[in-house]
Design a protein. Sequence first.
Length: 276
Amino acid sequence: MANKIAFQGELGAYSHEACIAARPNHEPLPCATFEDVIDAVRSSSAEFAMLPIENTTYGRVADMHRLLPESGLFINDEVFVRVRINLLALPGVKIEDIKVARGHLVILPQCREFLDVHGIKGEAAADNAGAAADIAAAGERNAAALASELAGKIYGLNILQKNVEDQKHNTTRFLLMSATNQPNRRSKKMITSFVFQVRNIPAALYKALGGFATNGVNMIKLESYMVDGAFTATQFYADIQGHPEDTNVQLALEELSFFTDMIRVLGTYPANGSRP
């Protein structure tokens, strides 16, 4: 199996930063889509997949909760990356020369205040690091990229202004996934992630979650999403503190099973040290 981590985007993307933070000795493997990232692990072209799941500013990453259960991969670790957005331009260019700044559609609103103050027009790009690569390749002197410092180093661009994001808490949570489940690891704080679908009975969700409360299991994340395009079929993604071998977690999951049609554990892994 290749000693690589697959991620969506170009070299210099924030997902690339997550790869370096999680497995600095693995080679990053850029992919066009999240599906391609997952397929790289399935085909053994990469050992790991690095997938963003949520951001403190714009919420959950679209489609990720649909892809995770279907991927056949397991969560091995979580990574938090502080999204520091920099204004990058060609060497010698000054900030007053910049007429347009390019970045991903979700990045532009996060820099709105900075762009308005400097009279710079935001322009959507498919990828932040890709915008940096394109500006460097085209030699555009009136355009800048909104991207990471790593992207600037890779594509030879200078930082005109650091940390132009409006919200200084801007952080993305990533999941490091592989084809191998690692349930035997232990640390002081463990997280178990799973998806489940409740039975079509009155108060099913209330009853399903009751076991976590009565057994003292802390549920730190719960999100719902439709499956198969039906309003009546709802699936839930959950993160809890604890290990499936812990007695209280065992009891909570056992009670959950009484009120669900499906439970699928996506992984048990150590809580990241930077977790709030």
